[in-house]
Ligand binder design. Structure first.
Ligand code: CP3
Length: 354
């Protein structure tokens, strides 16, 4: 078992005692940091940055050099899987991701395959092992993937969407086609996350960013079922240590019981659910990660600190809480405000663990 100097993130996910509440931020590497923008320029395109293990490691570590974070997250993207399936991914400035060959029919869906984790996605595993080496055991490394439903929204729509018109029409009119896509994606995510774990990821998070746009029935059928299959297929121990699994459905507050029943270790919460309610509902089964409104980082450092205090008090005493934002940090946020947030968690949370 490799040595880890700071394991409070992994301990909290397993609800073991900690000295203070661990903290990290979704999307902590990237867009809001000037040093990221500089490295991104050197790399060329965003995908070139993801494919360069030295530069991917450099940007993973940038937020840790600024702030006393308790975890690092692999610098990559959820769209690496559909890219490896040959859909022709491009990132257009100001437009977000675009696929040249979206999936619109059963004939398209039948061409999808589980990518090879060595030849097609080996660059991600190389980034994981390089980051682990560069972290030198300081904090654990989080691996991640998109959920099948969230990945399918991009693959079917062909880009980001506000209405989900194309994928929802497919869901209602051609459910078999969508299930075929989601099946191949679930098998791909299992292989992808297990490969990240083998390469050195010490916890994994599944980002179901768009699960919340579904009805309760459709959420269970088209998103949760596939995440359940993934949780069952993951390696839960590696290198003598448990590998915790975090499920995050943005907008999933009303489904926490069903999410906890998948057998995952922790649930990511967005800011539309009160963390005390969530703890009362599922706190005996899973740890909770969250859930400060990312917009609070636009406010003053004093107001940010007050909000951190409120959320800590709401969760209350005892382990099982990983402090985080309820979704990714916004690109316009002043990095000093992110620093005030993290400092507040480190200073105010000890009293809840005595
Ligand atoms: O710091 C980290 O969290 C690590 C890296 C990370 C990125 N994307 C880097 C990235 C992670 C965990 C993601 C996840 C991701 N990617 C999600 C789920 C998380 C969430 O926020 O809900 C989604 C939906 C995507 C898809 C995606 N990638 C979009 C829509 C975009 C364009 C808009 C945007 O977010 O900037 C990307 C590009 C992307 N992924 C960037 C970064 C740093 C910006 C690229 C650039 O530098 O121009």
């Amino acid at each position: 078992m490799s040595e880890l100097q700071n394991d409070r993130f992994l301990r909290a996910l397993l609800k073991k005692p900690v000295d203070r509440t661990p903290v990290w931020m979704m999307r902590q590497a990237g867009r809001y940091l000037p040093e990221y923008k500089a490295t991104r320029k050197t790399a060329g395109s965003f995908m070139d940055l993801c494919r360069n293990k030295e530069l991917a490691s450099e940007v993973t570590l940038q937020p840790l050099e600024r702030f006393p974070l308790d975890a690092a997250i692999l610098f990559s993207d959820i769209l690496t899987i559909p890219d490896a399936m040959g859909l022709g991914l491009r990132f257009e400035t100001g437009e977000g991701p675009v696929f040249d060959k979206p999936i619109r029919s059963m004939a398209d869906a039948k061409k999808l395959f589980v990518p090879d984790m060595g030849s097609d996605l080996g660059y991600v595993m190389d980034a994981v092992s390089t980051i682990r080496k560069d972290l030198k055991g300081s904090v654990p490394l989080i691996g991640f993937s998109g959920s099948p439903w969230t990945l399918a929204t991009y693959m079917v729509e062909g880009s980001s969407s506000k209405t989900y018109a194309i994928i929802k029409a497919m869901m209602f009119d051609q459910p078999k086609t969508l299930h075929h896509i989601l099946d191949v994606l679930a098998d791909s995510v299992i292989a992808y996350l297990n490969a990240q774990i083998e390469a050195g990821a010490q916890a994994v998070q599944i980002f179901d960013t768009w699960g919340g746009v579904l009805t309760p029935r459709d959420y269970k059928e088209f998103s949760l079922n596939y995440m359940h299959k993934i949780v069952n297929g993951l390696k839960r121990e590696h290198d003598g240590r448990k590998v915790p699994v975090i499920l995050f459905t943005k907008g999933g507050g009303q489904w926490l019981e069903a999410m906890a029943a998948t057998g995952c270790d922790a649930l990511g919460l967005d800011w539309t659910t009160d963390i005390d309610d969530a703890r009362a509902r599922v706190g005996d089964k899973v740890a909770l990660q969250g859930n400060m409104d990312p917009s609070i980082l636009y406010a003053s450092p004093e107001r940010i600190r007050e909000e951190v205090g409120t959320i800590l008090a709401k969760y209350g005493k005892g382990s099982g809480h990983v402090f985080n934002l309820g979704h990714g940090i916004h690109p316009e946020v002043n990095p000093e405000h992110a620093g005030a947030f993290i400092k507040a968690v480190t200073e105010l949370s000890g009293q809840y663990h005595k």
